[in-house]
Design a protein around this ligand. Structure first.
Ligand code: 5GP
Ligand code: ZN
Length: 137
């Protein structure tokens, strides 16, 4: 894992608008966050981005990721606590954009193998558009 600071000499951030990241060059979500792999972003701000899950489990299934490479939710340090707020802000904006804020949606963060995590770059699943059963599998 390499740390680097990206400084855009032209002043305006490229798409997506990341500036300083902890970046793992092998990580698929880092590649999406850095723009190396191009995907349509449903949400993009300084800290987080959101895009459609490749294998959707609901009519709306997006992944909200921090631009910084943090493997698991439990790896969020004090200095990154704002990222949880940034993820929630993105979720609220997506819910309003998709018109599901009032009917409801589900946010899921899987952690570790028993938690069902398969990609070790923190991500929050945003699921909406159908009734969500409980308990989850
Ligand atoms: P996890 O199982 O780690 O909680 O969730 C990983 C999610 O990432 C899965 O829902 C999977 O479908 C999705 N995913 C894995 N690789 C890619 C990819 O390359 N692009 C997109 N858009 N989603 C991916
Ligand atoms: Zn990563």
């Amino acid at each position: 894992m390499a740390d680097f600071t990206y400084e855009n000499p032209f002043g305006k951030p490229e798409e997506p608008s990341f500036m300083t990241v902890n970046h793992d060059p092998e990580c698929i979500f880092c590649k999406i966050a850095s723009g190396e792999i191009k995907v349509e972003l449903a949400y993009d701000d300084e800290h987080v981005a959101a895009f459609n899950d490749i294998n959707p489990q609901a009519p709306h299934h997006l992944l909200i990721i921090p631009k910084k490479h943090i493997p698991r939710v439990g790896d969020i340090g004090e200095e990154d606590a704002h990222l949880l707020q940034a993820i929630n802000r993105a979720a609220v904006e997506l819910a309003r954009k998709l018109g599901v804020f009032d009917e409801g949606y589900r946010l899921v963060i899987n952690s570790g193998d028993n938690g069902g995590q398969t990609v070790y770059h923190l991500h929050c699943h945003f699921l909406a558009g159908r009734f969500m059963r409980w308990p989850p599998g």
